[in-house]
Write a protein that binds this ligand. Structure first.
Ligand SMILES: NC(=O)c1ccc[n+]([C@@H]2O[C@H](COP(=O)([O-])OP(=O)(O)OC[C@H]3O[C@@H](n4cnc5c(N)ncnc54)[C@H](OP(=O)(O)O)[C@@H]3O)[C@@H](O)[C@H]2O)c1
Length: 302
């Protein structure tokens, strides 16, 4: 069967050769074009499928034959551009290994805070052998977004004895949940409804000394309000794997706030092999006219 011409747009152009190799290993008949700004209208007019992370401004109108957009990642917000015609379906990769990686990262951050690891690391600097038994207290953990990632994070935390509560669209009011949570983990998708959701009012709603872990998107968070909440002691700190501007600029104030830990969007990455296998399975569905796996609801935005 003819393989629909595919345009590949990973987060970084340097990743194109690795993705191309993984895709061709999964199906040698694939017709793969790596994205570059130099592609002309004739080259783009052939494209029927996009596998990528974002649609650069002006690209969608140059793809008249486009009939499927598959996200390389769990998040799809950079693909749902207004220029994308409404009839083009969007789906995403759902990688169980990525969810496991997210769960490991969040468990590490929760335990690091709950067991006061930074305090003992500071004490070691001054050779202080002081014990703080309260550090082992139980913590209530709220997980905002209870989809593939949120549910995978909940499992090991519950096994470790944490009281975990998930929050989704039909759950109760956010501030009421925050008020009964010592640690808040954000795994929401970035949509018009969740953009900027985590603001000064949210930090004020949490019990004093609470902790925030973000593994979703920086766009959910009012970062200036978060810094103020940590500096005032309302929050004990935060672990931010994602920031509004990535890479985080060297002069960003987030770097220097005691209690805030920055990691460079490394909570979990999809394996190329999983992306390739799921993409090829989705392509078969497209070719047979069957429903695509893991479809995105374009009106909800996730
Ligand atoms: N840092 C990283 O390396 C990394 C890796 C993977 C994913 N992520 C991020 O994690 C996000 C979530 O991924 P996922 O696979 O878990 O997505 P998902 O399976 O689609 O789950 C999304 C969850 O968020 C909830 N939600 C959406 N909008 C909401 C709203 N307005 N109010 C309350 N709840 C809402 C959904 O509620 P319902 O259950 O009611 O639909 C669902 O429970 C991705 O979008 C991405 O941004 C980051």
């Amino acid at each position: 069967m003819h393989s629909p011409p595919l345009l590949l747009l990973p987060p970084d152009p340097s990743l194109i050769p690795a993705y191309r190799a993984a895709l061709l290993a999964a199906d040698p008949s694939l017709d793969v074009t790596g994205y570059s700004r130099e592609l002309d209208d004739a080259q783009l007019a052939r494209i029927e499928v996009v596998l990528g992370w974002r649609l650069p401004p002006g690209l969608a109108p140059r793809l008249p034959r486009l009939r499927w957009v598959c996200s390389i990642a769990a998040g799809v917000e950079k693909l749902l551009v207004p220029e994308l015609p409404p009839q083009v379906p969007v789906s995403r990769i759902v990688d169980p290994d990525q969810a496991l990686g997210m769960a490991q990262h969040v468990a590490l951050m929760v335990l690091r805070h709950a067991r006061a690891l930074p305090l003992y690391e500071q004490q070691q600097q001054v050779r202080s052998w002081a014990r703080h038994p309260k550090a082992a207290a139980r913590h209530r953990v709220a997980i905002l977004g209870f989809g593939e990632v949120g549910r995978a994070i909940a499992e090991p935390l519950r096994a470790l004895g944490f009281a975990v509560e998930g929050w989704r669209r039909d759950s109760g009011p956010l501030h009421a949940l925050l008020a009964r949570s010592d640690i808040v983990v954000n795994t929401l998708p970035l949509t018009p409804a969740t953009q900027g959701l985590l603001d000064a009012g949210c930090w004020a709603a949490m019990p004093r000394g609470g902790y925030f872990i973000n593994v979703a998107r920086g766009g959910h968070v009012d970062e200036a309000a978060l810094i103020a909440a940590v500096q005032s002691g309302q929050l004990a700190g935060a672990a931010l794997d994602v920031q509004q501007t990535e890479p985080l600029p060297p002069d960003d104030p987030l770097w220097a706030v005691p209690g805030i830990l920055i990691t460079p969007h490394i909570a979990a990455q999809s394996s190329l092999e999983t992306v390739a296998a799921q993409f090829v399975a989705g392509l078969r569905c497209l070719q047979r006219g069957e429903p695509l796996p893991h479809p995105v609801d374009r009106t909800r935005g996730y």
